[in-house]
Design a protein around this ligand. Structure first.
Ligand code: AMP
Ligand code: MG
Length: 336
């Protein structure tokens, strides 16, 4: 069984000791919980891949305390543009892909000549980075392909068979969806993954941004259409679709909605409704928890009411919903 530990000086010290002895700990960041290892320990990073069942060609984000540590330890080169972005958005939910340091183990970058780096702003992640004094490689702390964890309990549920996994319990994640990923080796910089640093905020910084290859299978590792998905079949629908499903007594559905009036009851007593916040920040923070709850209800289908807006953070929320809804690769060859 994993072990949930409240955040204290002692548990932070213990987590750092575990990292120094080439083992793995789970810790909160402002986006989602991470499964961390010393970025310079090939053995520990390999353990992350094994625990997650993560494909070996999917590189891991390296977490650093600041831009100086990124430059000195992790990056092979670091442009002025990276400095500008770090000054504006770090610590925070923006990951920069840059040329890698030759000293990083191959396994972290999955054999690539680039590395993804981020400086998290969550106080627990920062205390851990300071205590261990080294960069921490950390993907989301979920089994590969499953919904990312936004509470310590989500991590424990995904790794319930892992004896002795220490999970620092920092409460629910503030942002709730993974970081924005920006490829700084392209010109203009290329968006690899939507996140809470929105395209508008990045365009403010650059004027130009390449979003053309986003969400395609070949856009980069981890950008395959189906990702972050519940096990139950999941679909995106209009308010009308949700009403129809709730009025249909022959299916069991969990409707994830923003229109509170849809919560009035369903024709099938086993169908149910999860009402989401209206505000995009709160919606994002709630999304993965809601998907996990919906999944646990054992319905035929999870039906998500399409959010009304596509602006700002809603674009990133829609991206995650669409990935949750993409057909399983074993159901169709056309995952896009
Ligand atoms: P996660 O599993 O949430 O840690 O996702 C890591 C994400 O970082 C992947 O989806 C990739 O898009 C991105 N990533 C990490 N390293 C690289 C890299 N060297 N080049 C391009 N993308 C990367
Ligand atoms: Mg992940």
């Amino acid at each position: 069984m994993p072990r949930l530990a409240p955040v204290t000086d002692e548990s932070i010290r213990e987590a750092a000791t575990i990292l120094r002895s080439h083992r793995v700990v789970a810790f909160p960041t402002e986006t989602v919980y991470g499964l961390g290892a010393d970025a310079f320990s090939a053995a520990a990073v390999s353990r992350i891949f094994a625990m997650k069942g993560r494909p070996a060609d999917n590189p891991i984000i390296v977490h650093v305390i600041d831009a100086l540590q990124a430059k000195q330890r992790v990056a092979g080169s670091w442009s002025e543009r990276c400095d500008l972005l770090a000054a504006r958005f770090w610590p925070g939910p923006l990951t920069l892909v840059v040329p890698r340091s030759a000293h990083l183990p191959e396994v972290v970058v999955a054999g690539r000549d680039t590395v993804a780096i981020r400086s998290p702003r969550h106080p627990v992640a920062r205390r851990l980075l300071v205590e261990v004094g080294r960069p921490i490689a950390a993907p989301s702390a979920n089994r590969s392909g499953h919904v990312s964890p936004t509470t310590a309990a989500h991590v424990a549920a995904d790794f319930d068979d892992v004896a002795d996994l220490l999970i620092l319990d920092g409460g629910p994640c503030e942002i709730g969806i993974e970081s924005t990923v920006l490829d700084m080796t392209a010109d203009p910089p290329r968006l690899l993954r939507h996140g809470s640093i929105t395209t508008d905020m990045l365009r403010d910084e650059f004027g130009r941004l390449d979003e053309t290859r986003l969400i395609r299978q070949d856009a980069g590792p981890g950008t395959a259409a189906r990702h972050y998905a519940p096990r139950t079949r999941t679909a995106l629908g209009t308010t009308r679709d949700v009403l129809d499903a709730l009025n249909n007594s022959s299916i069991v559905c969990v409707a994830v909605v923003t229109s509170a009036n849809l919560a009035r009851g369903a024709a099938n007593p086993r169908s149910s409704v999860i009402v989401m916040p209206d505000d995009p920040q709160r919606y994002a923070a709630r999304l993965y928890g809601a998907l996990r709850e919906a999944d646990a209800r054992g319905a035929d289908v999870i039906l998500i009411e399409s959010p009304r807006s596509r602006d700002g953070l809603w674009a990133s929320i829609r991206d995650r919903i669409e990935r949750a809804c993409a057909p399983r690769l074993d159901e169709t060859e056309d995952g896009t």
